[in-house]
Design a binder for this molecule. Structure first.
Ligand SMILES: Cc1cc2nc3c(=O)[nH]c(=O)nc-3n(C[C@H](O)[C@H](O)[C@H](O)COP(=O)(O)OP(=O)(O)OC[C@H]3O[C@@H](n4cnc5c(N)ncnc54)[C@H](O)[C@@H]3O)c2cc1C
Length: 305
């Protein structure tokens, strides 16, 4: 079978792209290499999504999945490893199989950025984590550390403060870069210990984390903070390298796309957080998905197969 549209990524951007293409009468296959919903499924609370005063990220993802599935989308829970175009047909390959489509939309989002210090890879899953919602509950009633100073770091610290005895929050400066309301809530938490002007230099432990080693940038001293768990929330990096043959990437690895989400390859579109843009939020990712679908449908209509 040749699908009209293959969407790579089942985050909100990919799901909305699928919804628009399905309503346009197109056949749609969505690939998701991890969990449907993407990043937002890891958020405990969303307050800026229109129509819901407050909703958890996983509930939002579930509702969206249900809507798209009811419209007739097919899902493959597999990671795409390459996309090739021959003539006007795309071949999308996973490790085990390949699939064909008239048009492809990459809505592959972003992945967690790693600090790159000793112990980070070795202790991953044994005291070093990137998702507080997923792994925070394992440390109920204990002391944990969190590294980061943006919205995700603030959200995760607030969440952890309600589960853990104490949260040591290590930040590069004494400032937070994000939502002021979140910062106000964070600063009101009595069991959050603010540790500004710190640079993480290593994660210690043989089989599991025993301490976070950091440089106190004000005194120049290297110190150890003994905790069984650290959550790293220092930003994200794109997953776009495998599509370099089809689309231009900027210096940071994000897709360069037109307002219509088009790339240098006709029929290959991109959408959501994976795209070079100023604001990466639910509403902007969803908007990209709609535009990519409309562009993909218009592209297909102009082709002869
Ligand atoms: C903790 C947290 C809290 C947040 N809170 C808010 C908030 O309150 N409000 C707000 O507006 N925004 C929030 N955001 C940002 C928002 O979640 C993102 O902007 C949005 O979800 C991006 O959607 P996306 O579909 O572009 O990408 P993603 O959600 O990253 O989805 C991309 C999907 O593609 C899949 N994928 C990647 N590569 C492949 C491949 N090769 N093959 C198959 N599948 C692949 C991934 O597994 C992933 O599921 C938050 C983000 C985080 C991390």
């Amino acid at each position: 079978m040749i699908y009209d549209v293959i969407v790579i990524g089942g985050g909100v951007s990919g799901l909305n792209c699928a919804l628009y293409a399905l309503r346009n009468g197109k056949s749609v296959l969505i690939f998701e290499g991890d969990a449907v919903g993407g990043q937002i499924a890891n958020s405990p609370k969303v307050e800026n999504f229109p129509t819901f005063m407050e909703i958890s990220g996983s509930d939002l993802a579930d509702k969206f999945y249900e809507q798209v599935q009811n419209r007739g989308a097919e899902f493959e829970y597999d990671r795409v490893i390459s996309v090739e175009k021959q003539g006007n047909i795309f071949t999308v390959s996973t490790e085990y199989d390949s699939y064909q489509a008239k048009s492809v939309v990459a809505a592959v989002g972003v992945a967690h950025k790693h600090i790159g210090v000793s112990g980070e890879t070795e202790l991953l899953g044994n005291g070093v984590y990137y998702c507080a919602l997923c792994d925070g509950p394992f440390y109920k009633g204990r002391e944990v550390a969190l590294i980061g100073d943006g919205n995700t770091a603030m959200q995760y610290s607030i969440l952890l403060s309600s589960i853990c005895l104490k949260v040591y929050l290590l930040t590069w400066t004494d400032k937070f870069f994000g939502d002021k309301e979140l910062e106000k809530t964070l600063r009101s938490k009595e069991n959050v210990v603010f540790m500004p002007h710190t640079q993480t230099v290593g994660f210690c432990g043989e089989n599991s984390l025993t301490a976070v080693e950091y440089l106190d940038k004000q005194t120049g001293e290297t110190k150890k903070l003994e905790v069984p768990a650290v959550f790293v929330a220092i930003g994200q990096v794109p997953n776009n390298k495998i599509f370099e043959n089809l689309a231009e990437l900027d210096a940071n690895g994000y897709f360069i796309a037109g307002e219509d989400m088009s790339t240098k390859t006709p029929g290959f579109f991109v959408a959501g957080d994976c795209r070079a843009k100023g604001v990466r939020q639910l509403t902007t990712a969803i908007s990209d998905g709609a535009i990519a679908a409309i562009s993909a449908c218009a592209y297909i209509e102009k082709q002869t197969y």
